[in-house]
Design a protein around this ligand. Structure first.
Ligand code: FAD
Length: 517
């Protein structure tokens, strides 16, 4: 009924009066917030920090930062803004660790909530038959890992980098090399506590307020602020066998990847990446991995080639070493990689999961972490991935890349289509992530303009050939593009927005529903 009222193609938010707020309007509304009776407080000291993110390209200054010390601080603040009515100009963005790419955790002239200051309740590990963790939405995954390992447990599904918050990744999906088996992080949550855009605190799960639960998972922060999550755990292994092999033929590489993600006995983690024209590649690997055949490996030349690296990991405890070695050998014997490129190592589970942090430290030392990051993340249907690879790796990016390019397949059956996340309509789709860094002030091939141009060529190719691609961590600048992104799911997305955030207060930096300005 509601859909027919708004008309399937109408956006209810576009009917809001378009008010251009002046700075003094915003300042007076913001100062009214400071009269609220909270456990935490508002501050204006750190507004410049809240106007930055990992992408380092978009900078919107908020008027004030909420440092919440309780869930009720968040609820009181949002309710106060909601009570101002639909024509109020104030918006609210939850900021987890601010590792967004295009200002998604920013609120121009609005309120940014520093979710990491929400430490009302401790992490609580429940070690029963179905172990789980209750944790604040502002907690970092690296802290979760340290805490759960004390109990011999760990979450099942990860991201490659752990200095991200629970609320930040659950608002997208949370994908890494375990997702083919366990699904993304949004498939591994039992329950959430959410503050909606009306300022109501609600618990939700598959059984209770299920529509809110699925709206918020992958919901880009549009329907509520995740203040608490109950996350599925499993027994944590002590160690990991971490393996890399190379291919020069994309068809053979992707065939092996797809075989591994579908096999019954397989690795615990499967990813892959593309390497374009890297000198001394295998020599670099030697600092962390051991070649199985050192003589042949030293003869392998990566110069001028486009290569595909299959990266795998097998979890193990020291008392199972022999059986895991046999499993690894048997799996490797099914694959068709270049034999001289087999590299292996064994590391602790903690070091494996926190591996990207090692690169972060190195890049920070060189001043290369806080540069612009024009990243592009795509989900590509399996039946079109060869066409994509041929054009993108064989033509658009023929000479070099400006950062890692990840590529690995995922099983759609592990994604719950009741959530807000959208994926291609095929049983298997690939994540392809162009994780570029741009050198400040460069006008060359490592400069921002060149990389953005390449991203555009890739997107244009996907569009003209109708590859059926979906962006992951999507970024669009107008509602028509968002409508296309969601496809048939757009109507339900709009319906959910009107139910849980009818005045479009939340997550304005996603630029999906703009109420004013
Ligand atoms: P923020 O940037 O702070 O917020 C992101 C969005 O979520 C914003 O719209 C914000 O308003 C909203 N939000 C934040 N907290 C909450 C909350 N509690 N409730 C509701 N909404 C909220 N992603 C993967 O899936 N896999 C990876 O392997 C991966 N690796 C990454 C590596 C690096 C180095 C970086 C920078 C990013 C990576 N990402 C990866 C992307 C990352 O998961 C997202 O950018 C994520 O949103 C960042 O989390 P955050 O805590 O910094 O969120």
């Amino acid at each position: 009924l509601f859909l027919s009222c708004i008309g399937a193609r109408e956006n209810p938010y576009s009917n809001f009066p378009s008010i251009i707020p002046t700075t003094s309007d915003l300042e007076s509304i913001c100062s009214s917030l400071k009269t609220l009776n909270l456990d935490g407080h508002f501050s204006s000291d750190n507004v410049h920090h809240a106007a930055r993110d990992f992408g380092n390209r978009y900078h919107s200054l908020p008027c004030v930062i909420l440092q919440p010390e309780s869930v009720s601080d968040i609820a009181i603040t949002i309710k106060h803004i909601f009570n101002m009515g639909p024509s109020s100009i104030l918006t609210v963005a939850a900021r987890g660790h601010g590792h967004s790419l295009q200002g998604q955790s920013q609120a121009h002239g609005g309120v940014v909530i520093n979710m990491q200051s929400l430490q009302e309740r401790e992490m609580w590990v429940h070690a029963g038959e179905l172990p789980f963790l209750d944790v604040s939405g502002g907690e970092l995954f690296i802290n979760i890992l340290h805490e759960t390992l004390k109990h011999g447990l760990a979450p099942k599904s990860w991201t490659d980098y752990l200095h991200l918050t629970v609320g930040g990744t659950l608002s997208n999906a949370g994908i890494s090399g375990q997702a083919f088996r366990h699904g993304p992080q949004i498939s591994n949550v039992y329950q959430l506590e959410v503050v909606t855009g009306k300022g109501e605190v609600m618990n939700c799960s598959e059984k209770q307020n299920a529509d809110l639960f699925y709206s918020v998972l992958g919901g880009l922060g549009q329907f509520g602020i995740i203040t608490r999550a109950r996350i599925a755990l499993e027994p944590a292994p002590k160690m990991v066998k971490w393996i890399r092999v190379l291919y020069s033929n994309f068809l053979i590489f992707s065939k092996d990847q797809e075989y591994l993600i579908s096999a019954e006995t397989t690795f615990d983690y499967i990813e892959g990446f593309v390497i374009i024209n890297k000198t001394g590649l295998l020599n670099n690997w030697r600092s962390s991995f051991n070649p199985q055949d050192p003589v042949q490996a030293s003869r392998f030349n990566s110069d001028g080639k486009t290569l595909y690296c299959l990266e795998m990991a097998k979890n193990f405890n020291p008392d199972e070493n022999d059986i895991r070695n046999q499993e690894v050998e048997s799996l490797l014997s099914q694959l068709s990689y270049i034999p001289s490129t087999l590299f292996l190592t064994e590391v602790s589970y903690l070091d494996f999961l926190d591996r990207v942090h090692v690169s972060e430290i190195k890049l920070r030392l060189k001043g290369l972490w806080e540069v612009p990051h024009p990243w592009l993340n795509l989900l590509i249907p399996r039946t079109r991935i060869h066409e994509f690879a041929e054009q993108v790796f064989g033509n658009i990016l023929r000479d070099s890349s400006n950062g890692p390019i990840l590529i690995y397949p995922l099983n759609k059956s592990k994604w719950d289509n009741r959530t807000s996340a959208v994926t291609p309509e095929e049983d298997i789709f690939y994540l392809v992530a162009f994780l570029s860094s741009a050198m400040p002030a460069s006008t060359g091939t490592d400069g921002l303009e060149h990389i953005l141009n390449q991203n555009k060529r890739i997107l244009d190719f996907c569009e003209t050939t109708r590859l059926g691609v979906k962006q992951y961590l999507p970024h669009y600048t107008n509602q028509e593009e968002w409508r296309t992104h969601f496809g048939p799911r757009w109507e339900i997305f709009v319906l959910r927005k009107s139910a849980y955030d009818p005045f479009a207060i939340l997550a304005p930096g996603q630029k999906i529903f703009q109420k004013a300005i």
